[in-house]
Design a binder for this molecule. Structure first.
Ligand code: GLU
Length: 305
């Protein structure tokens, strides 16, 4: 497997020059666009890595499946689905052109910013600091890495410039979909996006999602199998921004990408995959990361369709 991964990365590294590193959060612009790394965890914990798999990057939207998971564990599927719909929007992750019709819960989903912000309000905790602590604890538990922490520079950069997310949150409030202090919920959201990880962390989390909630190695049930299934289904429908349909055709596995360059992919009952390459296409997906997943899917027949 390691040899296959090395071959795929060497074939796909040329695609890094076709993408552009995100710069709307100034701190993200510092990433090296030529980075490309991958880690796969399979068979109860077998780990294969290649390339820049140890590089750290921020989760950004890859944290959204975890926000969804914690909201599901705290409130159950009925409440979650009442607050946040499950249909693909076909729009960018930060779109807010809902002005021609009233914004309704079924217009959003857990993988776009508005949906993730709404779901933060469902997570239990006396304060948004406590809610965030519970979220990062979940990330530590699922990744098996107790050292996970927030990249303070990215968090502060995002907090200072995140006015589009402020606009989205105020719109949710204006339409009665959330009822909380906007800066507090956004502070949690920005911190969540700024959790620093590497490819191995993403592969480990994805493995649990792929393995019906069960940890590699210990065999411990970390999350409910039903909730893992819910998250995988949502990732399949809208995890790769408004490129999810094409990704389903070309790769065919539940996955979530983020503007930090990460992709977390769960191959049901088989493996968890973490990829990092920060040069993005126009929709926000890692160009070389998607190409590498496409190759891997072809080589070892990963598509679930
Ligand atoms: N923190 C980013 C934002 O809200 C996440 C976007 C993304 O990765 O899709 O703008």
């Amino acid at each position: 497997m390691k040899q296959l991964l090395e071959k795929i990365l060497s074939d796909c590294s040329r695609y890094t020059s076709e993408g552009v590193v995100a710069s709307y959060i100034p701190e993200l612009a510092k990433a090296d666009p030529s980075d490309l790394g991958i880690c796969i965890i399979s068979d109860g914990g077998k780990t294969d890595c290649a390339g820049d798999y140890e590089k750290r990057f921020t989760m950004q939207s890859v944290v959204k499946p975890l926000v969804l998971l914690l909201a599901l564990e705290d409130r159950g599927e009925d409440v979650v689905e009442r607050i946040c719909g499950v249909e693909a929007t076909g729009k960018p992750f930060d779109a807010f052109n809902y002005s021609d019709l009233a914004l309704k819960n079924e217009h959003i989903n857990p993988m776009i910013n508005a949906g993730a912000i709404a779901l933060c309000t469902l997570i239990k905790g006396d304060s948004y600091d406590e809610r965030f602590s519970r979220l990062i604890e979940l990330a530590k538990r699922l990744s098996g890495d107790p050292s996970l922490s927030v990249d303070e520079a990215v968090y502060l950069s995002e907090k200072a410039t995140g006015n589009k997310n402020r606009a989205l949150a105020y719109m949710l409030k204006a339409y009665g979909m959330i009822d909380c202090d906007i800066e507090e919920v956004l502070d949690m959201y920005f911190k969540a996006c700024s959790i620093s990880v590497n490819c191995k962390n993403l592969a480990a989390i994805a493995y649990v999602l792929a393995n019906h909630g069960i940890a590699p190695g210990s065999g411990e049930q970390l999350i409910s199998a039903e909730h893992a299934k819910y998250v995988n289904a949502i990732m399949t429908i809208c995890g790769m921004y408004n490129g999810s349909g094409e990704f389903a055709l070309r790769v065919g596995i539940p996955a979530k990408s983020g503007v930090g360059g990460g992709i977390m992919a769960a191959v049901p009952s088989r493996m968890g995959i973490g990829i990092y390459s920060p040069a993005l296409d126009k929709k926000g997906n890692s160009v070389a990361g998607v190409k590498a997943l496409e190759r891997l899917s072809e080589e070892i027949k990963l598509s679930i369709f």
